[in-house]
Design a protein around this ligand. Structure first.
Ligand code: SF4
Ligand code: SF4
Ligand code: FES
Length: 266
């Protein structure tokens, strides 16, 4: 689970400029960030605000958000921690697509020379917005916890370690890569329509244990996912697979869980 650090400053409403920005780096281009803002203390509805920021092609979008936060408007709130695609805390909608801001390279975002680059940034969808790009992740983690994301064993304690063949380990390798960023769940139309659906991330993490040869809790987890809000809600639209920054075959994992339920075989 990621340990998110918040750049959340709830003490102020209107724009709050910070220290003088550093000199504009040579070779940089001006990029306009159009950011959805919402401060529950001042706003009834979300609004859009634009910021012009110097960007190098080697920058990541997260660098530009830091520039806004540190030099242009300290009231901007967003999460980030590792800045290297590991903690999963900076998921946001970037030009309408769920991505991690720290993994978006400016070289892929810049318009051709002479044309303006405008990037829209909004919070991920389907979770309550607390401030700006900062959402309440609690419903997401509740679904994750509900599928018992830990090894379950009954007796047969080994004297040393629980042995597993490379082939058995390979069976669930893909789903071990999840960093709980919520890009998949918050790109799922079923989750948008009904937040009580477990969502793809929870099912991916159930898959990680259901297909682990050392685990004995598969039946319990399958029972949980056989619920009205479980795997059968998935409409196989692949949004989740497209959104996953770790390249996990999310929809395939959901299909495998469905098959395990249908054929009672793991
Ligand atoms: S494949 Fe299923 S879980 Fe993934 S986005 Fe589509 S409906 Fe949601
Ligand atoms: S499956 Fe992928 S998109 Fe979904 S939470 Fe895990 S890492 Fe993020
Ligand atoms: S800040 Fe950790 S994944 Fe982007």
């Amino acid at each position: 689970m990621s340990t998110a650090v918040s750049d959340n400053d709830t003490s102020s409403g209107p724009q709050q400029a910070g220290p003088k920005p550093p000199p504009v780096p040579e070779g940089s281009r001006t990029v306009t960030l159009k950011i959805q803002r919402f401060n529950p203390e001042f706003d009834e509805e979300p609004r859009w605000e634009s910021y012009d920021v110097p960007a190098l092609s080697t920058d990541r979008l997260l660098n530009l958000l830091h520039y806004v936060k540190w030099y242009l408007d300290g009231t901007l709130a967003f999460r980030r921690s590792c800045a290297h695609g590991v903690c999963g805390s900076d998921a946001m909608q970037i030009n309408g697509v769920n991505r991690l801001a720290c993994k978006v390279l400016m070289k892929d975002m810049l318009a051709p020379q002479g044309k303006p680059t405008v990037i829209t940034i909004a919070p991920i969808k389907g979770l309550p917005v607390q401030k700006d790009l900062y959402v309440d992740m609690e419903p997401f983690f509740e679904a994750f916890k509900a599928i018992k994301p830990y090894l379950i064993t009954y007796g047969n304690e080994p004297s040393k370690e629980r042995i597993q063949s490379p082939a058995d380990r390979e069976r669930f390798d893909d789903t071990t890569k999840c960093i709980l960023c919520a890009c998949c769940t918050t790109s799922c139309p079923v989750y948008w329509a009904d937040g009580s659906y477990f969502g793809p991330a929870a099912i991916v993490n159930a898959h990680r244990f259901i297909f682990d040869s050392r685990d004995q809790g598969a039946e319990e987890r399958l029972d949980i996912l056989n619920d009205a809000e479980g795997v059968w809600r998935c409409r196989t639209t692949f949004n989740c697979t497209d959104a996953c920054p770790r390249g996990i075959q999310v929809t395939k994992a959901i299909q495998e869980v469905k098959r395990a339920l249908l054929f009672k075989r793991v």
